[in-house]
Ligand binder design. Structure first.
Ligand code: HPA
Length: 236
């Protein structure tokens, strides 16, 4: 038990999916998992454990942004001994080759987050996905003919910029695919504690063209992403 999580030791499976939104965690548990039980309700940041194709798996909401994600991830690793952590989220598009609904499989994550940057002094740090999880996700996405891109994202602490495209321009010149708010802290914590992490995002809104997913597209593309993430998490 922690101040943020009332689950007991053993309540989480070895592999955990991490959506930001607590209601998405509930939807994933109810829609995809067999025998799902709720293991955490503190602050309504819901966590569930069940099984997928016979293998145990959990889903825990992280809230929005790196400070919030870092609390849940730190505790999942250090209190609940979770080994594999897979973020499932959305990202804003920063590259015209990424279309709305496409999956962005985050190879690496640049960030403005001080909780990541301050830990490394002049060398900085390149937060990267676990190679095996990434390779598995890419292979499965290819097999299923899901439109996908493996490359770098930026994990920003700011959703509302005065001028987003100006803020991200240098990153866009270096091929960044999209912006989200959690991957860099997830990858850094996984590296620090020797665990495996991956972030998969559906591109929900293109910052360049203004194109957005409609409600139907949102639901069906989330399904594809969650099924992919559950297969990668459990090796099913
Ligand atoms: N910024 C940050 N995170 C996001 C965005 C965005 O524009 N879209 C979806 N997640």
């Amino acid at each position: 038990m922690t101040p943020h999580n009332h689950a007991q030791a053993g309540d989480y499976a070895e592999a955990v999916l991490l959506p930001g939104d607590p209601l998405r965690a509930k939807w994933i548990a109810e829609t995809f998992l067999a025998d799902a039980r709720c293991v955490n309700t503190v602050r309504n940041c819901l966590g569930f454990t069940g099984s997928w194709k016979g293998a145990p798996v959990s889903v825990q909401a992280t809230g929005m942004g790196q400070p919030s994600l870092a609390i849940y991830v730190h505790e999942l690793i250090n209190v609940y001994d979770v080994q594999k952590l897979i973020r499932v989220g959305t990202c804003g598009g920063l590259n015209t080759k990424v279309k709305v609904r496409d999956l962005v499989i985050a190879l690496g994550a640049a960030t403005d987050s001080t909780i990541v940057r301050d830990a490394f002094g002049r060398y900085g740090f390149a937060p990267t996905a676990d190679f095996d999880l990434l390779a598995d996700a890419v292979a499965r996405a290819r097999e299923r003919s899901l439109r996908h891109h493996a490359g770098n994202v930026v994990s920003s602490d700011e959703f509302y910029h005065a001028d987003s495209l100006k803020a991200y321009a240098p990153l866009m010149q270096h091929g960044i695919l999209g912006v989200e708010m959690e991957a860099a802290a997830l990858y850094t914590l996984a590296a620090r504690f020797g665990r495996k992490a991956l972030a998969i995002c559906t591109m929900s809104d293109c910052l360049i063209t203004g194109e957005e997913m409609n409600a139907d597209e949102r639901q069906s593309s989330l399904r594809d992403m969650v099924e992919l993430a559950l297969d990668v998490a459990t090796g099913a």
